[in-house]
Design a protein around this ligand. Structure first.
Ligand code: 5GP
Length: 174
């Protein structure tokens, strides 16, 4: 009999990326390993089966990698939240603070319907600023945040506290 898949075995630490002093959690080894990637998506889908998710929102760009197959399994649509200037139709946008400077993300105005039950997905929760921006965009369009899902949560950064009104789930916690 084979061992159960431990997803953390396919996450590697990269020192000083993207800048000195940062320990980056690299998820690409998991993406490269078929059974691991599949297990990650299936575990997320299992967590939300029965949650009546009506749209999955993925945050550019690693949120797309997990959000799209998750939407497929949950039999709902996928909505991209993109960096400023990438979406062709009418959008709403929001600016949020990064460690240095700010970033703007946006979503198509007609991508979420009022009352729609939305699951937000990204690869990793650090301070929570990125996903907080995505939540605000969805709520501005009248969507209901049914859940916020991550592959990895860096618990020591307390990002969850920024998302405290919401149901937050992560497959791996550090
Ligand atoms: P936050 O806004 O929560 O501080 O940062 C999370 C965002 O930055 C996510 O979109 C995530 O992709 C990216 N990010 C920050 N740190 C890491 C890391 O160590 N590993 C990975 N894979 N992404 C990170």
């Amino acid at each position: 009999t084979s061992e159960p898949i431990r997803l953390e075995d396919r996450i590697r630490d990269i020192q000083d990326f993207p800048q000195k002093g940062v320990l980056f959690k690299d998820i690409t080894p998991m993406l490269q390993d078929g059974p691991y990637f599949r297990a990650a998506i299936e575990r997320l889908a299992a967590h939300y089966s029965g949650a009546d998710i009506q749209a999955v929102v993925g945050v550019e760009s690693r949120g797309f990698i997990f959000g799209a197959p998750l939407a497929y399994l949950l039999n709902c649509g996928f909505v991209p939240v993109r960096k400023f200037g990438k979406l062709p139709a009418e959008t709403i946008n929001i600016e949020y603070a990064l460690e240095y400077g700010t970033n703007i993300v946006e979503v198509h105005k007609d991508a979420i319907k009022p009352g729609q039950r939305v699951l937000i997905v990204d690869d990793l929760l650090a301070t929570g600023g990125t996903v907080e921006a995505a939540i605000e965009l969805v709520e501005k369009l009248g969507g209901h945040i049914a859940g916020v899902a991550f592959l990895v949560e860096l618990s020591f950064l307390k990002g969850r506290e920024h998302l405290k009104d919401h149901d937050v789930f992560a497959l791996i916690k550090y």
